[in-house]
Design a protein around this ligand. Structure first.
Ligand code: NDP
Length: 247
């Protein structure tokens, strides 16, 4: 894959799980990294150290991306530090799984603010710089449930479906500036998010996956790196990496 030397990449929620593997894979191609975290300060510091040992630069930045001021401040901090921003990966996400009869306004809002509103905040904040550069790659980590829906995940599925619609609309608006906007939609992937699902339910999920295993964070990261590196003519698309659970 084409190297990303001299390019700067920001991964939201990048200290652990899928985001961590994305950050490592981008650094492996030579990109300078900014890793955002909200609560995982120690993990973010450890990752920054690991990336520096790989020979790349890394800045760890605390911000709660569900808040407009903090998400926009995050983008500003990265641009101020590196002078540019080429790759934005909107990865931060949460679940609050409940069936509709017990889902509260707070459950709904927390998921929509974190998973969807954050994508608008960071994307709109990064646009002026990417337009000025005449180059940008925005990659949104969605989910297959944004297309299929899922029992007990009306808030999460709505946030991920919203991300897909946002991705296509932003791709249309930003194409003339050579900014591509795409989504990567994982299926069930082995991280702490999946570990929160009770084991009995995990067994049932496995049985529904044609490839009969959960995805690995590295498999998601490879698609992100492909879009960042070789995806110059791909925009407004969604890459599904889900073991065949949704086709
Ligand atoms: P994890 O629960 O393992 O990690 C979630 C990440 O999001 C953490 O780094 C966390 O940061 C960050 N985050 C959460 N809230 C905020 C916030 N307000 N501000 C900044 N960062 C925040 O999840 P995964 O790695 O599994 O998920 C990554 C993405 O992939 C998510 O968008 C998720 O929806 C999506 N996805 C995951 C699937 C799976 O099966 N694992 C399936 C489909 C999609 P911190 O720890 O610092 O708070």
């Amino acid at each position: 894959m084409r190297r990303l030397d001299n390019q700067v990449a920001l991964v939201t929620g990048g200290a652990r799980g899928i985001g961590k593997e994305i950050a490592l894979a981008l650094a492996g191609l030579g990109a300078k990294l900014a890793v955002n975290y909200n609560r995982s300060a120690e993990a973010a510091d450890a990752l920054a150290e690991q990336i520096k040992q790989l020979g790349s630069e890394c800045l760890a930045v605390q911000a709660d991306v569900s808040r407009s001021d903090q998400a926009r401040g995050l983008v500003g901090t990265v641009i101020e530090h590196y002078g540019r921003l080429d790759v934005l990966v909107n990865n931060a996400g949460i679940t609050r799984d409940k069936s509709l009869k017990s889902l509260t306004d707070e459950d709904w809002e927390a998921v929509i603010h974190t998973n969807l509103n954050s994508v608008f905040y960071t994307t709109s904040a990064v646009c002026p710089k990417m337009m000025e550069q005449g180059h940008g790659r925005i990659i949104n980590i969605s989910s297959f449930v944004g297309q299929s829906g899922n029992f007990g995940q009306s808030n999460y599925a709505a946030s991920k479906g919203g991300m897909i619609a946002f991705t296509k609309s932003a791709a249309l608006e930003l194409a003339k500036y050579n900014i591509t906007v795409n989504a990567v939609a994982p299926g069930f992937t082995s991280t702490e998010m999946l570990a929160m699902v009770p084991e009995a339910i995990q067994e049932k999920l496995l049985a529904k996956i044609p490839l009969r295993r959960f995805g690995e964070p590295k498999e998601i990261a490879q698609a992100v790196v492909f879009l960042a590196s070789e995806g110059g003519y791909i925009t407004g698309q969604q890459i599904n990496i889900n073991g065949g659970i949704y086709m």
